[in-house]
Design a binder for this molecule. Structure first.
Ligand code: 3H9
Length: 690
């Protein structure tokens, strides 16, 4: 029939197979022949039942995201599902892999859903700034109840086949022979008498949920959504499913979808979807990768322990090295305690905890790293110490082992030069807590071999990290831009803003927290130590540290904290300190608005990103967006700093930077030539050309 949809007949059961690699997205190329095939089968007296199945690794994983934002070509997915519901013979979806988004909606148009044991089903549209637009918000509650549907649609998290069966979404789960058994099931259903009720007409479960339940949920969601429209639209659509007749609720869903899909937030989130996948494609990806059977970690402190957990969580055996038996014991005990917390929370079983702990081997002898294929150093952030560690690793590591440093700032070329095998050395900059944070900056040094990079990028994916390859510079992409973002913080305070006002401008923008709250969380002593090492000072922060105000851990920092609470409370002592420091400098305080705060923090952030692109430290503008969204909490609905620059207007950013530069002479405000070009062309040309 078509390359994308074929039909086979098995004793009167038609098997319609969709074949659109890699994920069987419902592109126009699929929709058209699928619609035609279903029309023909509906009217074919020789067909007694219809099975919809997929070739390749998965059932339909959704609408084709690349088609959004372009004119819709008919037939739309909704029309196919509506057609399915007019078919008076059994229709069955045979689900393997993932049935996501429009794929699950297609399955909801069938009378029955049969799943392979390993399948997962979900409506993840919210993660793309959307809501299910093929009737998912109206049909799913009819099968699983509105509360469960709300949870699935607002979280976007797929559920395993077994859970789907228990919830009423799936009619049967098979351990093997999915297609053959589904065809048999279809035959049995065709031979059975009794009515076939489409999902749209199954209203029994709708009365289970009180609409007032939604209003309570929606209030909580609005808070959690942090300015994102999609979660709220999802809740509204599910509420419609229980309060409006089917067709009205469906029409309302369609309107909500149309509004979201044409909005900036969804555009930003779709950009990030592809940006993350693009970032993972490092040069040399197709090279032969080195085998990684065991990973060594040098240092069992907070960072080393977190990295070790991330690897064990991905199933890798780990050798953890410390300088003394006592330090090793402490490190392992912390790891065990962290896993116990997960067990206590119910996110990990006791058995899984034990399996992970069994992957650990502790040692105080470098020679025990000799059988490791990758060794990650996570010791004190000091060049002399790092060089010494790498010198020792050079003597014990087997040939071809990859040697990685977890440095946040230091020169990876210099570290590589302390070994006889710089081609095997690279940076793996994890973010704290390393077992939780998704971002990994993979630092490519001058001599790093492409196959070593490709190996580590692949390993990152296997342990669930979002990896971005970056070049060597002080702070790499993330921390270098963070410094630019924070350069004006103290000036803002000295000129009249309070920490609370600056932080509020950030949270109103969509960040989870502002820079001063973040400083208190991370510990102000860290920056203090770094400044001292670099011979730098910070007028206010240094004094806070001298007073022992290190942030949350001491109960006082930029804010004060009641014992046991993380809630920041404005502290008059800090405000008095700021005013005194301003008076010393002869600065009269004035009111500073949110717009100025954004201009003096986020415009330099974008500008530094442009410089990083120019220097080739990042390969693409979208890589920088991936770093900032996954590592620093840049709001997803704004797509990352480089995408947001387009939304904000690059010409405006350049103009304001020039204004600030003329006024202050500060380098962070000097517009990067690439940013000027972006303002003219609307394209990050260096990035796009790579
Ligand atoms: C929707 O359905 C809206 C409807 O409600 C309403 C319509 C009216 N489209 O992730 P991978 C590409 S919204 C186009 O690396 P994995 C992806 O870019 C949709 N392309 O594989 C990549 O390309 P490349 C709701 C897509 O095995 C390649 O496929 N559905 C789509 O790690 C492999 O992807 C979703 O949001 C798509 N829908 O993971 C599901 N999906 O090789 C989105 C993937 O050139 N997809 N591609 O870089 C996923 O979550 C994962 O891809 C999946 C496989 C779990 C399926």
């Amino acid at each position: 029939m078509s390359n994308f949809v074929s039909v086979a007949n098995e004793n009167g059961v038609a098997v319609v197979t969709i074949d659109n690699p890699p994920v069987n997205a419902l592109s126009f190329n699929v929709r058209k022949p699928l619609h035609e095939a279903l029309m023909a089968l509906r009217d074919d007296p020789a067909t007694k039942a219809i099975v919809i199945a997929c070739a390749g690794r998965t059932f339909v994983a959704g609408a084709d995201i690349t088609e959004f934002g372009k004119p819709v070509e008919q037939p739309e997915l909704r029309a196919i599902i509506a057609l399915l519901e007019t078919i008076a013979k059994p229709t069955i979806a045979a689900i393997h892999g993932t049935a996501l988004g429009g794929g699950l909606e297609l399955a909801l148009g069938c009378h029955f859903r049969i799943a392979d044991r390993g399948a997962r089903l979900g409506l993840p549209e919210v993660k793309l700034g959307l809501l299910p637009g093929g009737g998912g918000t109206v049909r799913l509650p009819r099968l699983v109840g509105a509360a469960k549907a709300l949870d699935m649609i607002v979280s976007g998290t797929p559920i395993p086949a077994g859970e789907a069966e228990a919830a009423g979404l799936v009619d049967a789960v098979f351990d093997d022979d999915l297609l053959a058994r589904t065809v048999r099931f279809a035959g049995e259903m065709a031979d059975r008498s009794g009515p076939l009720v489409p999902v749209r007409d199954r209203n029994g479960r709708l009365a289970e949920t009180d609409p007032a339940f939604f209003d309570a949920q929606a209030a909580g969601l609005a808070k959690k959504a942090r300015g994102l429209d999609a979660p709220l639209a999802c809740a509204e659509a599910v509420r419609n499913a229980i309060t409006l007749p089917f067709d009205e609720a469906l029409a309302a869903e369609r309107q909500l979808f149309a509004k979201l899909v044409s909005g900036d937030q969804s555009r930003a989130q779709r950009h990030l979807f592809f940006a993350e996948r693009e970032a993972a494609k490092v040069p040399g990806k197709d090279l032969q990768k080195r085998g990684i059977a065991r990973v060594g970690i040098v240092g069992a402190g907070t960072m080393g322990g977190g990295i070790a957990m991330a690897l064990a969580n991905g199933g890798f055996p780990v050798t953890l090295l410390e300088t003394s038996a006592e330090a090793l014991r402490r490190g392992l005990a912390t790891i065990e305690k962290n896993y116990a917390v997960s067990v206590g929370r119910g996110s990990l079983s006791e058995e899984a905890k034990q399996q992970r702990l069994d992957l650990f081997r502790g040692s105080t002898d470098y020679a025990d790293l000799g059988d490791c294929d990758l060794i990650i150093e996570a010791v004190f952030e000091d060049m002399a110490v790092k060089k010494e560690v790498f010198g020792r690793l050079d003597t014990v590591a087997k040939p071809g082992a990859i040697l990685a440093t977890n440095t946040s700032y230091l020169d990876v070329n210099a570290i590589a030069a302390s070994t006889s095998r710089p081609q095997d050395v690279l940076g793996m900059h994890f973010f704290s807590p390393a077992n939780v944070m998704k971002l990994l900056e993979i630092v490519r040094a001058e001599k790093t071999a492409p196959d070593a990079l490709a190996t580590v990028a692949d390993l990152a994916r296997r342990i669930g990290k979002v990896a971005v390859v970056v070049g060597v510079c002080h702070g790499f992409v993330g921390n270098r831009m963070l410094a630019a973002r924070g350069a004006e913080n103290e000036f803002l305070l000295l000129e009249g803003a309070t920490p609370g006002q600056v932080d509020k401008a950030f949270t109103d923008f969509g960040w989870p927290m502002g820079p001063f709250q973040m400083g208190d969380l991370a510990g102000l002593d860290i920056g203090w130590r770094n400044r001292k090492a670099r011979g730098q000072t910070a007028a206010i922060a240094d004094t806070l540290c001298e007073q022992g105000r290190f942030g949350q851990k001491t109960g006082r920092g930029w804010y004060r904290y009641e014992s046991g609470s993380r809630e920041p409370i404005a502290d008059p002592d800090v405000e008095a300190l700021i005013r005194a420091k301003a008076a010393d400098r002869g600065i009269a305080p004035r009111a500073i608005g949110a717009e100025e705060i954004i201009e003096r923090t986020l415009y330099p952030l974008v500008n530094e990103g442009a410089k990083i692109l120019e220097e080739g430290i990042a390969a693409r503008a979208s890589d920088i967006d991936v770093v900032w969204v996954n590592g620093y909490g840049f709001p997803v609905g704004k797509g990352g700093p480089m995408f947001w620059a387009g939304l904000e207007g690059a010409a405006k950013i350049v103009e304001r930077l020039e204004h600030r530069h003329a006024k202050t002479g500060r380098a962070i405000f000097e517009p990067a030539p690439l940013l000027r070009r972006f303002a003219e062309t609307g394209r990050w040309e260096v990035g796009d050309a790579r």
